[in-house]
Write a protein that binds this ligand. Structure first.
Ligand code: ADP
Length: 893
């Protein structure tokens, strides 16, 4: 039923379907439903046979419409049904006297509206005209019939009725027709505009991609030749200028890449290309590119990779690198001192996939809470006052987010302004090779920018051919490879290349893609098939200005042995040529120092981050033993006395505090941690965990920290606050259960759902000796407290929907009150979850506790009973002689 309804709504809103077909569907269904209702009334009133016939007709009509919809012939069905209605049913109704005068008038009005709405163009006019003719004919026929039967019907009355109906029909047809006309004109205009925008978009995208391609060629020359200046060890000033040119060119290149990516996203053309990749190599590449930048800023660059990470995954390596480089570059850019850390964890799933979690944290300037929603908006830079002098366009994170979304992952951010930020990126990837990565080492050699250039190899016997139609590109490659001493030939067209390969044996050919007359791909195929050619087996590298992860795959498919994107650096060019040259031609000249320095950045001892950490407050009264067992972290409330402010439980303890409170004038106030304290607490937890679920005391009790916690959580994407609606061990029970669920591998969303359900499955209550303390803490009124004391009333305080209230009262001695309290708490034993019971108490003797235990065990056996001394902050609210029974009721996760 639901599915039908959804499909119908979707159909009616589908702008690709003609307005007439949609109106036909809508009006016909309403009409059928309306007449079915009338049929039922008819049958009830006694016209059973007529009712059944009409009902049958309606069913036939419904079937015809559905067939028309299924066969996609609704316009024909509309014409048939309208014609039957206007040219058969109505004249028949007129002649056979089935309808009253009013019924006939309304019938014709309905037909006019119906036909105008559901039939387009000429067909509409024809059917309306035929309807008018058939209508006049029927009326005339009826008149004649009556006349010949000897009646004297009122001719002028007939004509008046006819004219009135005709005028109303014409007016409604004109109004509706005009409205539909307006709608169609508007739709046509907006369709025209949409096409124009699409065309503009297309040409804009074509422009961006050709611009990106064209700009890469001159940048290639600038970067390549500039690198030669840097290599030449010229004067300090020249070196400085060259270094600045290098930075500026790289920025320009970065900008072009970003704009190109953005335009692809906008046009919906961006795709990811999944190929198997080696995780260790991927990470080595990323770190190799960035650690030097961190070093230049004197930042510690730490990398902590889980040894469990599979060695090979299936995914878009190029884009994953781009994501990591972007976020890490930001971390380095926006951090003045301290460290930048890349931590990688992996959650393997049963379906052969792994969730790879990259968390990038820095100790930098942080991000203001109000800026976080705009972080991923294109061209939006946040906190511009502060980072005015830091280069950037505001495109990076927007592209990152779009890529992460495209890969089915998610990106979240936790940041404390002025203290630092953590970006957490989760990307699901298929596992190709499940062998664990183990302790990873950087295994690729890299030249180190900024230090004196040393070539990584020499190969004087190797022969290399470079093919490029742009002379400057040839020059760049020639110069960049000069130090390797390879024998290099350069040609500027495919035709010349074929001549060269016919006569010479080349080990490596560097081939441009886009060349006039014969492009690089065609040239490659011709070289491979060249009859009598000496370089048919040469290793051929595509040297191209086409960036993008899909292009790499394209070149591999065409049979290229390698792929280099312009502008190419000396380091990359050397590495690629080295990789492809026969090793007997090569002498390695680089030093191992390069490798050693890089591997320093890797952390040996992997610190595992928890997927989810459960936190709560000291007032939750979770026993230490359970805090440790489940790794629950606790934020302390404060207790303020005239002697100062103390931390709940650590700096002040219950017994001393109760002694102090014996003096009725002693003022004690409990204080929940404020927003700033929660922020610090949460950010500390996030160093060790990817997500935090914080179980907070009921927001409806006095001195609750719930609102502050919720406010602080808005700073973080991964902190979730649950208002438990309980306090003390009731709140604790929820924290324990959440921790148990997290330990069983439940996701954050699932745990949050369970916690919401659980609120009504925790029983929190206390029997208090007197209400004095509650009154002093502002939890209840003074007069109620005085009355209780005077009449020896022991009230039970229960928590319902988060609010503290007096549940029942017991008169008489404390022990009698306790007995009755225990009986009340356990009155429906079948509903009690017997896993654990908390007997949380304030100021009780050992003997009293034993007594209570006995009362409890007489009624119900629990797997585990915890006697828990209430925290000082709870104690001052209840006073000595208080105890509570707290447990789960009827709860299944
Ligand atoms: P930009 O090119 O400006 O760096 P991004 O899209 O990469 O653009 O980032 C957007 C904004 O987010 C930046 O302008 C900066 O204000 C803020 N930002 C990003 N990363 C960090 C970080 N690690 N620390 C502080 N602020 C950051």
């Amino acid at each position: 039923m639901m599915e039908w309804h959804d499909r119908l709504v979707e159909y009616l809103h589908d702008s690709r379907v003609s307005i007439y077909d949609r109106m036909f569907m809508l009006v016909s269904l309403i009409t059928i439903l309306g007449t079915m209702f009338a049929t039922i009334i008819m049958a009830v009133m006694g016209s059973v046979v007529t009712g059944a016939v009409v009902f049958l007709l309606e069913c036939i009509m419904l079937a015809i419409i559905l067939i028309g919809y299924a066969k996609n012939i609704l316009p024909i069905v509309a014409v048939v049904i309208s014609s039957l209605l206007a040219l058969v049913s109505m004249p028949y109704a007129v002649i056979s006297d089935q309808l009253s005068q009013l019924g006939i008038a309304l019938g014709y009005m309905f037909c006019t509206v119906y036909i105008t709405l559901v039939i387009p163009g000429k067909a509409k006019k024809i059917i309306l005209t035929l309807m008018a003719v058939a209508g006049i004919g029927a009326i005339a026929f009826k008149y004649c019939m009556k006349y010949s039967a000897g009646e004297t019907p009122d001719l002028s009355g007939y004509i008046m009725d006819f004219v009135t109906v005709a005028i109303f029909c014409i007016i409604s047809a004109l109004i509706i027709g005009f409205q539909i006309h307006l709608f169609l004109v508007e739709t046509m205009n907006s369709e025209k505009q949409r096409k124009e925008i699409e065309k503009l978009h297309d040409s804009q995208n074509r422009f961006f991609s050709s611009m990106s391609h064209e700009i890469r060629t001159p940048i290639n020359t600038i970067i390549g030749l500039n690198e030669m200046i840097l290599r030449e060890n010229a004067s300090e000033e020249i070196n400085e200028n060259a270094a600045n040119i290098q930075n500026a060119s790289k920025m320009l290149l970065h900008l072009i890449n970003d704009i190109l990516d953005m335009s692809k996203f906008e046009s919906g053309e961006m795709t990811v290309t999944n190929v198997p990749y080696h995780t260790g190599d991927m990470l080595s590449d990323v770190v190799g590119m960035l650690w030097i930048r961190a070093k230049e800023k004197n930042l510690d660059f730490k990398i902590d990779v889980s040894p469990e990470l599979p060695q090979e995954l299936l995914g878009d390596e190029v884009r994953i690198k781009q994501i990591l480089i972007n976020v890490l570059t930001n971390a380095i850019k926006y951090t003045r001192e301290g460290s930048v850390k890349l931590q990688i964890q992996c959650e393997k799933k049963d379906d052969g996939y792994a969730n790879v979690i990259y968390s990038i944290s820095d100790t930098g300037m942080g991000i203001k809470k109000e800026s976080i929603p705009y972080l991923f908006t294109a061209f939006k830079r946040v906190d511009e006052d502060k980072n005015r002098y830091i280069e950037g366009t505001g495109l990076g994170l927007s592209i990152v987010k779009r890529f992460v979304d495209l890969m089915g992952g998610k990106i979240t951010v936790n940041s404390v302004y002025t203290k630092g930020s953590t970006f957490i990126i989760e990307i699901p990837q298929k596992i190709v090779n499940d062998t664990e990565l183990g302790d990873i080492r950087v295994n690729q050699k890299r030249g180190i920018e900024g230090t004196a250039y040393v070539t990584s190899f020499e190969a004087p016997k190797a022969r290399v051919l470079v093919v490029d139609d742009t002379a400057a590109n040839l020059l760049v490659v020639e110069k960049l490879l000069r130090a390797t001493k390879v024998q290099l030939d350069a040609v500027s067209s495919g035709k010349e290349a074929l001549q060269k390969t016919f006569d010479n044996t080349y080990d490596v050919i560097l081939m441009d893609h886009m060349m006039p007359e014969m492009d690089g791909i065609e040239c490659l195929h011709k070289i491979r098939k060249q009859k009598g050619g000496l370089s048919c087996d040469a290793r051929i590298v595509a040297l191209t200005a086409n960036a993008g992860s899909d292009t790499e795959l394209l070149y591999a498919k065409e049979g290229f042995d390698g792929y280099l994107v312009k502008p190419v650096t000396g380091k990359d060019l050397e590495a690629e040529v080295y990789r492809l040259l026969p090793k007997d031609l090569v002498v390695v000249t680089g030093t191992d120092e390069m490798i050693a320095q890089e591997s320093m950045a890797w952390i040996k001892d992997h610190q595992k981050k928890d997927a989810i950490r459960i936190t709560t407050e000291s007032v939750a009264d979770v026993p230490l033993e359970l805090q440790e067992k489940y790794g629950i972290r606790v934020i302390k409330h404060m207790v303020k006395t005239e002697d100062g402010i103390f931390r709940d439980g650590t700096e002040i303890e219950t017994r001393g505090l109760l002694g102090y409170m014996e003096n009725e004038d002693a003022r004690v106030e409990t204080m929940a941690p404020d927003e700033a304290e929660h922020e610090v607490f949460f950010s500390d937890q996030l160093v060790k965990a990817n997500n935090v679920i914080h179980l907070s005391i009921s927001s409806k009790v006095e001195h609750s920290g719930c609102i502050a916690a919720e406010e602080a959580a808005t700073e973080f994407d991964n902190v979730f606050v649950v208002d438990t609606g309980h306090l003390s061990s009731g709140q604790g029970l929820m924290a324990i259960e959440a921790a148990r669920l997290a330990e069983n591998g439940m996701s954050t969303e699932e745990i949050l759902k369970c916690m919401n359900k659980m609120k009504s499955h925790v029983y929190t209550s206390f029997v208090v000796d007197s209400m004095d303390y509650l009154a002093r803490a502002g939890q209840i009124g003074n007069s109620a407290a005085r009355a209780c004391k005077a009449f020896m009333i022991h009230p039970i305080i229960t928590l319902k929907k988060g609010k503290m209230g007096v549940g029942r009262i017991f008169l008489g001695t404390r022990e009698r009150a306790w007995e009755r309290y225990v009986a009340t708490a356990f009155r429906v034993p079948g509903k009690i979850d017997r896993r654990m019971l908390f007997i949380t108490y304030v100021g009780m003797t050992q003997k009293e506790l034993e007594k209570i235990n006995e009362m409890v065990s007489r009624r119900i056996e629990f797997d585990k009973v915890y006697f828990q001394k209430a925290s000082p902050a709870i104690a001052v609210n209840c006073g000595p002689g208080t105890f509570g029974l707290l447990f789960y009721t009827d709860y299944n996760d």
